[in-house]
Design a protein around this ligand. Sequence first.
Ligand SMILES: [Mn+2]
Length: 407
Amino acid sequence: MKQVTFMHWADLHLDSPFKGLKHLPENIFKRLQDSTFKALANMTDEAIQKAVDFVIIAGDVFDGENRSLRAQARFRGEMAKLAEKGIPAYIIHGNHDHLGGTWMKLEMPENVHIFAGEVEIKKFAKQDETTVHLYGFSYPERHLTDRWIDRYQKKEGADFHIGILHGHFEGASDHDKYAPFRLGDLYEKQFDYWALGHIHKRQVLSEEPPVIYPGNPQGRNPKEQGEKGFYTVSLTERGTRYEFLPSHDVQWLEMKLDFSQAASPGSLFDACRQAVSEVRSEGKGVILSLEIEHAHMLDPDAETMLQSGELLEILQEEEKDENSFVWVRDLTIGDMAGIDRNLAAAKGDFFEDLFSEIDGFDRWHEGLMPLFSHNAARRHLEGLNEEEKKQVLLEAETRLLQLLAQD
Ligand SMILES: [Mn+2]
């Protein structure tokens, strides 16, 4: 039976700068700075161990269009490891590492096949003569808003056909709308697999044929949270199998801790420690945001420990030099409107009046006067927008409920 097995990687963003994180302990900041490279090394190891037929990289190999020498050297090293095992890599460049940038060109090993700035077809032939046509293009420049999908054309003469595209799935948000396409455009091409890149969140857009964004192999900020990795895919005449595998070295995570039961400093601390130990992962790092829900149920000492930052400091203290670290980056008090209002309202009319007063609040001018009449403040502050007003009201309500709960 004809069969090929390959790996689908995308959006490596090698040498991402991790801006704004210099305040982290040196050990942890260094781990982050190195994490895009470590994720690449993890993927290479996996490709060699699984002895795949080839590797596909669907764009944004490098974070910057100047492709730092460090990034190129590390990349070349990993590609050389694949070359030793006879594993080719089929690569397109995306909006980040488009061909219009200027960089010092480092020679890549012979197994590296880079698509040109126009759609082209590369042919892979296995020793048993199973053949694959791979279709793709590298971004000739950063901003490509045309429908490049229209330039893909199936060419007979291979057992399998794989489209590689760095582009925007219409309907997705938060990403630049480069080389847009719809699912129907891809189906029309009658390929066996679509290896996508550009959107960093892992998504299987279609199962038959598989159309997949593997996401980036290493999260680079709190928004890129959870396990990050790549896909191993096997195409056969009978169908396709694919599997997600993680490759990150440091994982960003968010967790909520619910205190609907009264909590003392001891139980608050224990609950945080418990959360930390739950997410700890051998040999890897975790950067964790903890959100405390129903914080008004904390007793006053526990609340002080939380508000003063003391709890956060204690949690961080032991992690600075830990290899499998869990760094709690922040401890926040969660949104407690809704259910808590119901609980409180059940206690009497007073709360109902309080909530209707809060909801109808419009004395912003009066309330903010002391602040905005201050000379320095007037020069540097703008008024509050609607979102900020909502936030201020919510915080005020939370404070009030906390105070009332303590009586
Ligand atoms: Mn990208």
